[in-house]
Each structure stands twice: as C-alpha cells, then as structure tokens.
Design a protein around this ligand. Structure first.
Ligand SMILES: C[S@@+](CC[C@H](N)C(=O)[O-])C[C@H]1O[C@@H](n2cnc3c(N)ncnc32)[C@H](O)[C@@H]1O
Length: 274
C-alpha cells in the first residue's frame, strides 16, 4: 500500500460514474446542479447537512472571495458559491479530484465562480492576504504538520478573515479502525486531540471565535447511517461514486470508531487578528 495521501483518494472515471448514476436515479434529462449533486459530492460525515451548518457559522457574503482548503471534487465549493453568491477557490492535493471538480464546475455552469487549483495545504499556491474567509472540512486528518497547515491558512486570509474547520480528532480510547474514509492505514492518518487542535490554532496565530466538540450530534447520524448501510447497502447516490465500493467499509469503520471513543469531531471558527 502506497504511503501517499493522494493515492488513497485517486480513482479514475469519477465524472462519468456520477453522471450515469444521476441519470439512473433522476431520469435521462437529470439536471446537473450543485443541489442535484449534493447527495454525492460533499465528501465528509453528514454530507451537505454538515456543509450547511459550517456555512451558517462562516457566513460568507456575496461580494467575498472564499478559500476551500482540501476541496475534494468541489461539492462544498459549488454549493456555497450557489447559495451565498460568493466566489470560491478550492485547493486539493489529489489531481483526479481536481480534474473531476473542474469538469463538474463546467457542467453545473459554476466555472466562473468556482476555481480549482491542484496544490498542497502546506504550501498553498496563493498570495498573502487574499481571502475574506476560508474553510476546511475533514482534511487535516491527512496532514501531520497541523500548525503548518493553519499557518498557511493564516497567511492567505486578509486581516480579520475567518477560518471554519470541521475535523475528525483523536478520541480518548485508542486509534480508529482502519480503513476509514480519509486513510487506508495509519501511515496517512494523523489525528490530534481537540485540546491539541485548539493549541495548534492559537500557536499559529488565530484567535478562537467558537470551538466545540460535535461528537454526540455526529454520532447519532452516523449510527443511523451505519445501520442503514449494514442492512440495505450503499444508497444509489453517495460518495462511493467518488471512491468506489470501499466507501461502505470506510463508513462503517468511521461510525464504529466514533461510537467507541476512538475518534471525536470538532467544529471551530477562528479569526486572523485584524
Ligand atoms: C475526506 S476528503 C474531503 C474533501 C472535501 N473537503 C469535502 O468535504 O468534500 C479529504 C480531501 O483532502 C485532500 N487533502 C488531503 N491532504 C491534503 C493536503 N496536504 N493538501 C491539500 N489537500 C489535501 C484530499 O485530496 C481529499 O480531497
């Protein structure tokens, strides 16, 4: 098994697979919109529900430029641009995800408002003091140098700019059951505790606006999801269209790990000092 994060995610033919599934479920003339894609292109626990909650905390404004760090196939970026009217730039390490995101931006008519760059969160290919707001959903688990990632976010935000995070963290009861959605083995999984996350954000130079553990709320949904998957299998539209059938085992392990306190989840809103 490769030790490269991007090899865990990379998968060929993502867009043709998505389009075929959309047509099968929604009919031959299925509309390709950010909302129609939402059941499958938000690649994190609780999907678009979590994106909506994160956006409510971040509060992007129509005239703003927002950064998505680790943008996947661009679902959250398209959804936020469509619902809030802002521009979004997404940066992601995995070339196959960037290619799929660019194609889906074109197909949804969002290419003028959502830009995708292949790059590393530890060396963002972007100038200083550029973005009004930024967010990162379920990405930092792949990054060993968490302070380095937070420092990069701080660098590219304008003074006073805000960063929203939703992270899977280390729980009190040992490591997760692998494979999980973000890693096949512990060689590309780097979980820190909620307390260490808070400390890393402060040391990087952010001010904490809100910081809360979301484990109990996320757990209730994940238990339902796990039961549904164990009995009925994967739904017709879901993130397996991005990463393949292995998604079933990933999600079952993810729910089990959270249930047993092997992982925890947090949401944070932090601010670059003005
Ligand atoms: C679980 S997916 C989440 C994708 C997206 N945030 C979403 O919620 O739909 C994790 C993503 O982080 C990206 N990633 C992991 N490490 C990264 C890094 N160092 N720099 C940029 N992207 C990274 C992966 O390529 C993958 O697309």
């Amino acid at each position: 098994m490769s030790g490269r994060v991007e090899d865990h995610y990379a998968n060929p033919d993502i867009v043709p697979r998505i389009l075929a599934a959309l047509r099968q479920v929604n009919g031959a003339d299925a509309a390709i919109t950010p909302d129609a894609l939402a059941p499958l292109d938000h690649f994190h626990g609780r999907g678009v529900v979590a994106t909506r909650e994160m956006a409510a905390i971040l509060q992007p404004q129509a005239d703003e430029h927002v950064l998505d760090i680790g943008s996947g196939i661009g679902g959250p970026a398209r959804w936020i641009a469509a619902h809030f009217g802002c521009r979004v730039t997404g940066v992601d390490l995995t070339q196959a995800f960037c290619d799929a995101a660019i194609e889906l931006n074109r197909l949804t008519g969002m290419a003028d408002r959502v830009r995708i760059l292949q790059g590393n969160a530890l060396a963002l290919p972007l100038p200083d003091d550029t973005f009004d707001r930024a967010y990162s959903q379920n990405v930092v688990m792949n990054v060993a140098d968490k302070r380095g990632m937070y420092l990069q976010a701080l660098r590219v935000l304008k003074p006073g700019g805000r960063l929203a995070l939703s992270n899977v963290c280390a729980g009190p009861n040992g490591g997760p059951y692998f494979p999980v959605p973000w890693a096949a083995t512990e060689s590309t999984s780097f979980l820190s505790t909620p307390d260490a996350t808070r400390e890393d954000l402060l040391v990087a130079g952010f001010e904490i606006v809100e910081f809360r553990e979301t484990t109990q709320a996320v757990l209730a949904d994940q238990i339902k999801d796990r039961r549904r998957m164990e009995t009925r299998g994967l739904p017709p539209l879901g993130v397996h269209l991005i990463i393949g059938q292995r998604a079933r085992e990933y999600r079952i392990n993810s729910a089990r790990s959270l249930e047993e306190g092997r992982t925890a989840t947090i949401e944070a809103l932090v601010r670059k000092p003005a």
